[in-house]
Design a binder for this molecule. Sequence first.
Ligand SMILES: *Cc1c(COP(=O)(O)O)cnc(C)c1O
Length: 233
Amino acid sequence: MEICIFTIKKFMSIQTNLHQVLTTLPTDTRLVAISKTMTEETVMQAYNAGQRLFGENKVQEIIEKQPHLPKDIEWHFVGHLQRNKVKFIAPFVSMIHAVDSLRLLKEINKQGERNERIIYCLLQFHIADESTKFGLDMAEAEELLNELNKEPLPHIRLCGVMGMATFTEDHTQVRKEFKQLRTYFDYLKNTYFKDDDAFKEISMGLSGDYLIAVEEGATIVRIGSTIFGERNY
Ligand SMILES: *Cc1c(COP(=O)(O)O)cnc(C)c1O
């Protein structure tokens, strides 16, 4: 009985949190519910509240969860991805957010081909004032895109950019970094993807800063703890 009440309470709060977040988003901004460290049961509570797009950042975790969850979930992989692990997620993952090298992109293409799929990818840019965060700078991105022009990869589709702002209370700093990512997106769109309608995504913003990200033009936000509660690692 206690467990039952606890489960209902948790369900109500996940449902409430989810709807709270959705009411603050423009209708064309997509929400990736970041379910890392959450159980399948908890993911199902968001699913039953209507959420269909989920994201994970660890290969081991996503491949354990995915087979037990409904097949109409769209999975995004948002974490740093090692080339030797692409094969595990290629059969089902819809979008990979954190692509930061041509070698990784080629491996995703190869695994996409094996699975007879096209996998959507975003280029991750380094925008934070922290050395620990992964990502390209513009020179590296242009080098990658010039290589790609010579050798198209038919089983991947570049759909835009992704970035993580500095983890700080300083909103001015965070806003500046999101603006930077927006500038990168606009430049790439105009220079390389003018006629490619698929190149349209700016993935930025998480629980602590997504409202700023939305103001700066995010088309995809990645939100975990505001929906599911704090994580216990
Ligand atoms: C965990 C994670 C998020 C979500 O963070 P919250 O603060 O829980 O909203 C977003 N993006 C990436 C890449 C993450 O790893």
